[in-house]
Ligand binder design. Structure first.
Ligand SMILES: [Zn+2]
Length: 183
């Protein structure tokens, strides 16, 4: 196929249908997330411990000695309440490590988290059956510790999965001088 006879059709996201093999539900929230997938995972959850503004994030690029470019994401005060707020920035990796340590104390929506876990299990079972030809779908998973699952998503999940997980957090978190804490 040459470039000339390649026809590009644009479609509104609301008219798209999920693939049949994809067990994820395309609810309103999921579509929202597709639309704004550039958004950072942890901004909504946190406020500035110094002035109470929301937390915003920015990407920084740094050229390394070997010639490659590393991307860093920093979270800091959005300064909507205090234009001169001096609160420190926190790098995303560091934030995730702190969240993992904090997670046992965080109040989560267990039902929401359970649903996400079931969806993920279904997806993995389908992959095992359809691609690896391992059939373990009738094996019932033992009662799992949802907090363990939440830590797994924080470490290994995609940005969207982390955002979905954040949606299950009921605790609000404040950030102060590079340290996060439950409010
Ligand atoms: Zn602030």
């Amino acid at each position: 196929m040459s470039k000339d006879n390649l026809k590009i059709e644009y479609a509104d996201i609301n008219t798209l249908k999920p693939c049949e093999y994809n067990p994820r539900r395309w609810n309103k929230e999921a579509k929202e997330q597709l639309r704004e997938n550039h958004e950072f995972a942890f901004t909504k959850l946190m406020t500035c411990g110094l002035c109470g503004s929301g937390i915003s994030a920015e990407e920084k690029y740094k050229k390394l000695k070997n010639g490659t470019v590393a991307k860093y994401i920093y979270y800091g005060c959005g300064r909507s309440k205090d234009r001169h707020c001096k609160n420190e920035y926190l790098r995303e990796e560091e934030l995730i490590e702190q969240l993992i340590k904090l997670i046992d104390k965080i109040d989560v929506n267990d039902v929401g988290l359970q649903i996400k876990f079931e969806e993920e299990s279904k997806r993995i079972n389908n992959f095992n059956k359809g691609v690896l030809e391992i059939n373990n779908s009738n094996k019932k998973h033992k009662e799992i510790n949802l907090k363990t699952y939440a830590k797994y998503v924080l470490r290994s999940g995609s940005n969207e999965e982390k955002r979905e997980l954040m949606g299950c957090f009921k605790s609000k978190i404040k950030m102060m001088d590079g340290i996060i804490n439950i409010i």
